[in-house]
Design a protein around this ligand. Sequence first.
Ligand code: MOS
Length: 737
Amino acid sequence: MHFDTSAGRNPIDAQTIVGRPHRRIDGALKVTGTAPYAYERHDAVADPTYGWIVGASIARGRVTRIDAAAARAAPGVLAVLTTLEYDAAPPGFRTTLTLFGGAEVRHYHQAVALVVAGTFEEARAAAHLLRIDYDSEPARCDLAAEAPKSEPIADRDGPDYPVVDRIGDVEAALAAAPVTLDESYGTPDQTHAMMEPHATTAAWRDGKLTIWTSAQVVSWHRNSLAQALGLAKEDLRLEAPFIGGGFGSKLIMRSDALLAALGAKAVGRPCKVALQRPLIANNGTRRAGTIQRIRLGADRDGRLTAIAHHSVNGNLPGAFAEAAVAPTRLIYAAPNRDLSMRLATLDLAEGNDMRAPGEAPGLMALEIAMDEMAERLGIDPVAFRIRNDTQVDPRRPQRRFSERHLIECLELGADRFGWARRNPVPGSVSDGRWLVGMGVAAGFRQNLLMPSGARVRLEQDGRLSVETDMTDIGTGSYTILAQTAAEMMGVPIEAVTVRLGDSDYPEAAGSGGQFGANNATSGLYAACTTLRATVAARLGFDVEDVVFADGMVTAGRRSAPLLDAAKDGPLTAEDRITYGDLDKEFVQATFGAQFAEVAVDRFTGEMRVRRMLAVIDAGRVLNPLTARSQVIGAMTMGVGSALMEALVVDTRHGFFINHDLGGYEVPVHADIPHLDVVFLDHPDPVSSPMKAKGIGEIGLCGAAAAVANAVHNATGIRVRDYPITLDKLLDRLPRVA
Ligand code: MOS
């Protein structure tokens, strides 16, 4: 099905099942610990071996020698694979990294050896017997120090935008503006901190490889691994039915998959490899820290006349920029604009995708700047944002937003949150020893369209089977796909079996960039549309006026049981959704308004988020329960971004010191109060036949800035360097009550 004209009325609009709050159909498997994750495929492989990855202990240079004799002689050891014995594997999709092979070391904890043994403990013990010699070079790992040597860089995901994106004359507009701002903001390196590590079980049979791995996008991993191994794609089967979180860390293939495959081959038995938790931060990818300079100019009425946003981050040579200016292109109107990014070289783990890449750190800066500007103008920060709304792409004004209801998000949110009770004078509200403040921020994130396929089968017993290589990374894909098939075919959700994450199934969008839900359900919509036509033909109906409901197929006064169509055997339909130019004709995006109330201890600087509200405009909400979970999870991540999360660089050796869940702080339950979410109801017929848009990332966008702005409103202290830890407040707190 090619989607190139705005969707009209279709079977999903009935919303008897789609749009309803169904609990996860995979929930029982998850909470009983019986969902088989990649490292736990006891059902699938007998007699596995265990790999332990050894990471480089330098950040930059070469491995000169590896003495593996003692390790090879250690109890239980079956093989030791060293990087010097393998050719450098070609980098996979969306990365510049060689995951294994060759002498060159580009970042700390790059995999340099794999020890394979009969037990995990034997592999771990033997790994410590390896002697590895290096020639090391000084690592470049301080962004502030390297930034002056940075180079202009394009946005890999925004190829339509010039490297230096200028409209009008920003300098003249700033010079003429009665109210201006010129500030710098810092966001730190972050790690994904997902629950399940990168993990793979690999097994070879007759020259063909099967891997069970933790992958967000099955086809990307499969293609990357096949290429790294020099294997035909057809000879590699990848299964990823359950995934314990990813946040972008599993969007691209990592070393566990390659090493499990190589390890299994070396020992002639299945091999399991998980990235040990302390390796993840330096061996995996990170969200790159940024330094962002923002300049704003406005007239006295609070209309922005100029926006300049420049971001610099660091990455490995040849790698990508964190597109922090991306949201600034589209969120506010202003006739004069100047946006650009620069990239410095840093010899740290590769900067790559993490939930809402670009938008999340960009809005952490921009939405503080907007708060500061509102204060300088003496305008309420909600009103200031509303005043600068745009309904068109400022670069191409003929290109409108398909659906954009940011103003409604802000207005409804202000009302629900009790914004009118906020005291605009910072530091003026106390509750005992606590200073209390409220903050707001706007959220923006692109809606991405990706081709996506699915297969659906009507079984002879009337059940439906859905198969697609779509993944469920904890988001609810199983459930919304079951809802979609049930709605399309007029059966209860319990009659649908969904099978995901297998490269033998039709290729789907996968989970990333908040594109999973809308595209994967649209692919299934396409397959179901084909199945409906087959069923109608079998039963002698004209598909144009047929209704599928309650297990019956009805047209006019005639009806027949759906089951009858399959009485001679199961009926299968397969199709995929592809897209025309509707995302070029219209800007498709999602919006949010984030509100936070934060209390700050006036003596210790301890910060406590008391409550938050997000109002989200993301097209049709396919399942309000799983969608809400996406948003409250993202808001929790926003609290982490605001107050806790930061990878800390050891600048002597070029690595992240706090590389485990003990040292990398993320919010726990006690840090998070009641979070409230309101969804606007604006289906977007330009986005897809489902009229849905992304939901997985918009809840993070703006969340951290809302907390930061609340801290400022509570204390009068403006911190522009995340995370806002109490040491940044301590000397400046107004102590006298
Ligand atoms: Mo997301 S960072 O595209 O998994």
